[in-house]
Design a protein around this ligand. Structure first.
Ligand SMILES: [Zn+2]
Length: 84
């Protein structure tokens, strides 16, 4: 097997993915960073969507009909929402 990070040959247990703790840590730290970036972007969209709904509906309304055009004008991202 070859290390996913440095391409060195891996010795020891057959199911190992990395040659060393250093390479293993490098992989996980970078994976975490990449995940954080994606989560942050998605979080921003969700927060903006929520603000748009709050602006239109106010705090007291539980349910109301809003035209899609109104939401589109405010750049509501329909692809992302937490519940209906
Ligand atoms: Zn390595």
């Amino acid at each position: 097997m070859i290390c996913k990070i440095c391409n060195k040959k891996i010795t020891g247990r057959k199911d190992k993915l990395f040659c060393s703790v250093k390479c293993k840590n490098y992989y996980h730290v970078n994976l975490r960073k990449a995940t954080a970036v994606v989560v942050k972007e998605l979080d921003n969209i969700l927060h903006r969507n929520r603000s748009i709904l709050l602006e239109i509906m106010g705090k007291r309304k539980i349910q109301c009909r809003v035209s899609r055009m109104v939401l589109e004008k405010k750049h509501f991202v329909f692809k992302y929402h937490t519940h209906q």
